[in-house]
Design a protein around this ligand. Sequence first.
Ligand code: GUN
Length: 283
Amino acid sequence: MSELLLSGKDVSQAIREEIKQEVERLKAVNLQPGLAVVLVGEDPASQVYVRNKHKACLELGYYSEVHRLPEDTTEEQLLELVHKLNEQETIHGILVQLPLPAQIHEKAIIDAIAVHKDVDGFHPVSVGNMVLGDDSLLPCTPAGVIEILKRYNLEIAGKHAVVIGRSNIVGKPVSLLLQRENATVTMCHSRTSNMKELTQQADILIVAIGKAKFIDASYVKPGAVVIDVGMNRLDNGKLAGDVDFDSVRELSSAITPVPGGVGPMTITMLMHNTLKAAKRIHQ
Ligand code: GUN
């Protein structure tokens, strides 16, 4: 079987082109989407993510603010900044980069972000709206997974989707979004006893467990669509997904590579959410 390589990079590029045109149109009504990204501390991976978000804003013609705060910032100080950004008219989306230093409660910060500016989709009200199927800003990586499937015209409705991983950021929301697209969804996690039995039944297999090359061909049904959300740094410095790509690729009908698969979609969907938030405010 010759597999189809699902390029999140290409899908991402296409969406960014659409966004650019929309930003151009919005200029006519004096509306420039604005994103504020807040980084507390010096975490090297977070610094890269934040730089890339800022870069994406500039490329698309957004207004961008990056707030870099010291490692010893208090919860009160961070809350004060979030409250200020909630009120700021030039800012339509607020993203506080996670993880936060230990002295700050993540939940207190996420809860403080105005729901209509919650471009991460992490606020409990955003999550509730997503569960209920109401219009909301959807979490970026899960929304990116669905977008890849749709843009490659891969059928979701009626398919058996198996999701490995139950994190709040990926596993749980992607399961809900697949269900919303009329898939039959099975969730697997670290305590699932018969995982292979389940994954071998998957028409669509979504892998988000954070273990490099964990899923090999023995887990995969021939012809399955395989989406790898993993991003693991190997000892040799290279990036690897949760799927053993070389083992699975020929068996699958379509598969995302790492890098260049789901990864590029996260920031693109953040840009999509920021645009959506901006348009909503000014409607
Ligand atoms: N850290 C790693 N991924 C994310 C994300 O999607 N959003 C935020 N806020 N922090 C992250």
